[in-house]
Design a binder for this molecule. Structure first.
Ligand code: ADP
Ligand code: MG
Ligand code: ZN
Length: 482
C-alpha cells in the first residue's frame, strides 16, 4: 500500500531595500559600479567603526509590515549573528533575532511569521575553475553589496504545492514592487527565496521533518526545486527511511539536489544583542509617515476595479496583481474620450484587450508601458471593435502592427482598408457567393445542422480578409438559407 503525502512549504524571502544608502553606514547602494568602490570602515568591518541604523530602511520595513497586516513592534533590537565566511568581514551579520520589527500578519491565504531587517553580505566571485589547486584559482570579494539593507520575510508553513508557492511569491513580489521598497528582481538577486519543504501523510496534522532549499533565483526554479524535493522526500519515506533536516542546493541544470550542510541551530550563531546600536523605537511620527506612504495594495485594487468599474473578478485580479498591466489599463481608461452609459461594458472590453490580446503579444515580464502600443491606441482599438467599426479579426491584425511599429489604429485601419463591411449589400453579395461555392455545407445547414456553416464563414472571412463581423455573417447566412 502506498501512502499519499501532503507537501508542507514555508518560504523565507530576502528583499534588498531600495534605500539611498546602506543599512548601517553612509555608503550609497551599488548598481554595478566597479568592485569595492562603495565601501567605508563600517561596511568593511574595520575595528572601531560604529554602525548607525538607516531610518529609510526602517520606514520601508514598517510599510512592508503594514502591507502584510503585521503587528509593528513599538521597540525592536538588532542582534549579532556570528558566523565565519569571507563575504562577512565583521565575522557576524547584524540582524534581528527575538525582537523583530514586525510579527505575524497575512498575505492572501498565507500567514506571515515575521519580518525583520538585516544587512546583506558582500559578493564572492570565484575565478579559475581548473579543478586542481592552481595559483590562478581564487575567490575574490566585492564589498559593494556588503551592508545593503535587507528585509527578511518569513511565512508560516501554509503552502501545499509548488504551484501555490510560485503563485504566492508572485503576489508578494507584486505587493513589494507596488510599495516601491525594492526592485524585486530575482535575476539580479534583489529578491531571493529559500523554500522549506516537508511532507506528511495525508490527513496527519503533525509536521514532517523539513529541509531548506537555498536561494531559488527564479519562479520556475522555485517550483521545479520544490517539486523535486517533494519527490525525493516521498521516495525516502516510501522506502521506510527518514528525512534528515539539512540545507540543500537545487541545480536547475541537472535537476539534482545536493546537501550544502546539515541544518545549523540558532545556538550555533551565538546571537547576542548588538551593543553598538540603540533599540529601534518606532514613534507615532514614523508610523504616520509609513501609513501616509502606503499606496493602494493589489488586493484593495482588485476590489475597487470590480466594484467601481464592474470588471469581472478574473480581470480585476489579473490587473491588480500585475500592477504594470493595471497601471496601463487605468491610464488607457482615462484616455477614453467619453463616459457613456455603456462605460462598464467598455471598461471590461478594454480590460480584455489589455490582459488578453496585448499581454499575449508581450514578453513574459514585459510591461505594456514599455511597448509601442500607447494606452490611447489600445483604447481606440477596443472602442472601434466594440462599435463594430472593425471586426475582431481585423482588430487583431491592427494590434499586431501596433506592437511591431506603434501608431494610430484609425490610420492603420484606413491604410490597410480594414474597416468593417457593414451589413449592407457588399457583404450580402459575398455571403451569397460563399453559399454558392459551398453547396454541400449549405445543404447541411438547410437540413438543420447549424454547425455546418464553417466553410461558408471561412470563405467570407478569406474574401473579406477578416473585415466582416462574424455575428453579422452568421445572421446573413441564416437569413439567406432561410
Ligand atoms: P528554523 O528555526 O529552522 O529557521 P523556523 O521555525 O524558523 O525554522 O521556520 C523557518 C521556515 O520554515 C518558515 O518559513 C516556516 O514556515 C518553515 N517551516 C517550519 N517547519 C516546517 C515544516 N515542518 N515543513 C515545512 N516548512 C516548515
Ligand atoms: Mg530561519
Ligand atoms: Zn559603508
Amino acid at each position: 500500500m502506498t501512502t499519499t503525502y501532503e507537501p508542507v512549504i514555508g518560504l523565507e524571502i530576502h528583499v534588498q531595500l531600495l534605500t539611498r544608502t546602506k543599512m548601517f553606514c553612509g555608503c550609497e547602494l551599488s548598481f554595478g559600479e566597479p568592485p569595492n568602490t562603495r565601501t567605508c570602515p563600517v561596511c568593511l568591518g574595520l575595528p572601531g567603526a560604529l554602525p548607525v541604523a538607516n531610518a529609510q530602511a526602517i520606514h520601508f520595513g514598517l510599510m512592508i509590515g503594514l502591507a502584510l497586516d503585521s503587528e509593528l513592534a513599538p521597540r525592536s533590537i538588532f542582534h549579532r549573528k556570528n558566523y565565519f565566511y569571507p563575504d562577512l568581514p565583521k565575522g557576524y551579520q547584524i540582524s534581528q533575532y527575538d525582537e523583530p520589527l514586525c510579527r505575524g500578519g497575512r498575505l492572501a491565504d498565507v500567514r506571515i511569521h515575521r519580518v525583520h531587517l538585516e544587512e546583506d553580505a558582500a559578493k564572492l566571485v570565484h575565478v579559475g575553475a581548473s579543478g586542481r589547486i592552481h595559483a590562478s584559482d581564487a575567490s575574490i570579494v566585492d564589498f559593494n553589496r556588503g551592508g545593503t539593507p535587507l528585509a527578511e520575510i518569513v511565512t508560516e508553513p501554509d503552502l501545499h504545492s509548488p504551484e501555490q508557492a510560485g503563485q504566492w511569491l508572485r503576489l508578494l513580489r507584486a505587493t513589494l514592487r507596488h510599495l516601491g521598497v525594492s526592485d524585486v528582481n530575482m535575476d539580479e538577486g534583489s529578491l531571493r527565496c529559500d523554500a522549506n519543504v516537508s511532507v506528511r501523510p495525508e490527513g496527519s496534522r503533525e509536521l514532517g521533518t523539513k529541509t531548506e532549499l537555498k536561494n531559488m533565483n527564479s519562479f520556475r526554479f522555485l517550483e521545479r526545486g520544490i517539486r523535486a524535493e517533494i519527490a525525493r522526500q516521498e521516495g525516502i519515506l516510501n522506502e521506510g527511511g527518514r528525512v534528515v533536516q539539512e540545507t540543500l542546493h537545487f541545480d536547475p541544470g541537472s535537476g539534482e539536489i545536493t546537501s550544502l550542510r546539515s541544518k545549523e541551530q540558532a545556538h550555533d550563531y551565538r546571537y547576542f544583542p548588538e551593543p553598538d546600536l540603540a533599540p529601534v523605537a518606532v514613534s507615532e511620527t514614523m508610523l504616520a509617515a509609513a501609513r501616509q506612504a502606503m499606496p493602494e495594495l493589489p488586493s484593495a485594487r482588485a476590489v475597487r476595479l470590480q466594484d467601481s468599474l464592474g470588471l469581472s473578478a478574473e480581470s480585476a485580479h489579473l490587473l491588480a496583481f500585475r500592477p504594470e498591466l493595471g497601471d496601463y489599463f487605468e491610464q488607457a481608461l482615462q484616455s477614453s474620450p467619453d463616459s457613456t452609459p455603456s462605460a462598464g461594458a467598455q471598461a471590461q472590453a478594454l480590460a480584455n484587450w489589455v490582459t488578453g490580446e496585448l499581454a499575449k503579444r508581450l514578453a513574459p515580464e514585459e510591461s505594456p508601458a514599455d511597448s509601442k502600443v500607447s494606452p490611447e491606441a489600445i483604447t481606440v482599438l477596443s472602442q472601434m471593435a466594440a462599435e463594430k467599426q472593425i471586426s475582431v479579426g481585423a482588430a487583431r491584425q491592427v494590434l499586431d502592427r501596433l506592437v511591431a511599429e506603434g501608431g494610430d489604429p484609425r490610420t492603420l485601419v484606413e491604410q490597410e482598408g480594414l474597416a468593417a463591411l457593414d451589413g449592407g449589400d457588399e457583404l450580402r453579395q459575398i455571403v451569397r457567393a460563399a453559399i454558392a461555392a459551398n453547396a454541400d455545407a449549405a445543404q447541411r445547414v438547410r437540413a438543420g445542422n447549424p454547425k455546418a456553416t464553417g466553410p461558408i464563414v471561412g470563405y467570407v472571412m478569406r474574401e473579406t480578409k477578416g473585415r466582416a463581423d462574424g455575428a453579422e455573417v452568421t445572421r446573413l447566412i441564416a437569413e439567406l438559407l432561410g
